[in-house]
Design a protein around this ligand. Structure first.
Ligand code: PLP
Length: 413
């Protein structure tokens, strides 16, 4: 039976080129980047060259980029690190503004700060999951500015692919004297993070514009991760503008300019850099490919009874297509992903299984879908290795499963 992986927004496999670069690095150096001898200094030199390379892709300065264990830690660091710094300096937690469509790494971090006394505001999202800028302005006017409020709104949503215009949000947030963090885990390496690069997806072509365009509005902090772009798991990072100070969450040695203790995982960082370089070099080509695969999948699914395309065609990552069903309450939503798996297709759903029962996707609920629809969601997500055959097979399998379920229900009436 075929085994087709269409769950690349959950994670991707470590591609050969990245794996080879990690092996090459391992063969050259195992030194601790904090050691004074040559083994350590070699590792330190390599570490800083990887930091420079990733900083160039983000168009930031190397000292503004901190390696973390991934997107979850980067989100925690941005939000708690900023909040704790304000608590230390001003004896007050900042007001926090976010949306209900964020990843749990943001939502649960915000919940934690709420349990410590922070005021939390949720900006509404539209039917595509895009944050409403009017509502953001309203909330920014309402909240307490004794310490600068923190806004955390993601770039691309991991369940639907919908993308917020983070430049426009930055402008609004900065005009209201607040700080902006954006979770860019899904968009990094897939689409440019800056508007001026939109017509020029390969960032490297725009390097010459690097410093002149730093004046463009941009979040103060962004989180990224390696394993969504065929890099290793357990490594990611946080861009923090040099204007922003964070309280460290991991105390220990003086690594990462005293902002995160712990021996740097240089081999993973080598892999992170290699994966990022590959993703950025082919961003335009991959984007076109994802668009074609997305259209193909839509074409093959559009005649399926009751299908709803949750992901929009505009302002959305083309490598993600999320669907649900009008007649969702008739379907065995708990079984959908397992049945797809039996057909040989790995996909996922935003709904999570907690204590043996299926919880609806919080993202779809925030977008106004019903509970059954937020449970019967299926997310297809591609990587640069996905083929048209994979997509057609995936579409046909879903059609077969849904048709069978509807037929069984009707026969039982
Ligand atoms: N944020 C988003 C939007 C994600 O999709 C993910 C991973 O699924 C994360 C954060 C967490 O990243 P990591 O797995 O690197 O901790």
């Amino acid at each position: 039976m075929s085994k087709i992986y269409l769950d690349n927004s959950a994670t991707t496999w470590l591609c050969n080129e990245v794996s080879e670069q990690m092996t090459e690095f391992r063969n050259l150096s195992f030194g601790n980047a904090s050691s004074v001898h040559q083994f350590g200094q070699y590792a330190k030199g390599m570490l800083e060259s990887y930091r420079q390379s990733i900083a160039d892709m983000l168009l930031c300065e190397p000292k503004e980029f901190i390696f973390t264990s991934g997107g979850t830690e980067a989100n925690n660091f941005a939000i708690k690190g900023y909040a704790f710094k304000q608590l230390i300096n001003h004896k007050k937690l900042p007001d926090i503004i976010t949306t209900k469509a964020e990843h749990h790494a943001v939502l649960h971090t915000v919940d934690f700060l709420k349990s410590l006394g922070a005021n939390v505001f949720y900006v509404s999202v539209d039917k595509y999951g895009i944050a409403c800028s009017q509502d953001l302005m309203r909330v920014l006017r309402e909240c307490n500015h004794r310490v600068k409020p923190l806004v955390s709104i993601m770039h691309a949503n991991n369940e639907t692919g919908s993308t917020n215009d983070i430049q426009r949000l930055s402008e609004i947030i900065h005009n209201h004297d607040a700080v902006f963090h954006s979770d860019c885990v899904q968009s990094f390496g897939k689409i440019p993070l800056r508007n001026f690069l939109k017509n020029n997806l390969n960032t490297s072509l725009a390097q010459t514009e690097l410093h002149s365009d730093r004046t463009e509005n941009f979040p103060d902090m962004i989180s990224i991760s390696a394993h969504k772009i065929h890099g290793p798991k357990g490594i990611g990072g946080l861009y923090v503008s040099k204007e922003i100070e964070l309280e460290p969450l991991v105390h220990g040695g003086s690594q990462e300019r005293n902002r995160r203790g712990g021996t740097e995982p240089t081999e993973l960082i080598a892999g992170f850099n290699a994966a990022s370089e590959l993703a950025f070099a082919d961003m335009q080509k991959n984007y076109e490919k994802f668009k074609n695969l997305n259209s193909l999948l839509r074409e093959h699914l559009c005649d399926l009874e009751g299908i709803i395309f949750v992901s929009g065609q505009e302002n959305s990552l083309p490598n993600i297509l999320n669907v649900t069903f009008k007649q969702a309450e008739m379907l065995d939503s708990e079984g959908l992903i397992a049945l797809m798996d039996i057909e040989g297709i790995a996909v996922s759903s935003g709904s999570a299984c907690t204590s043996g029962s299926m919880q609806p996707s919080h993202v779809l609920l925030s977008m106004g879908y019903t509970e059954p629809q937020a449970k019967a969601t299926v997310r297809f997500s591609f990587s640069r290795y996905t083929t048209e055959e994979d997509v057609i097979y995936g579409a046909n399998s879903l059609k077969k499963i849904i048709k069978k379920q509807l037929k069984n229900i009707r026969n039982n009436y």
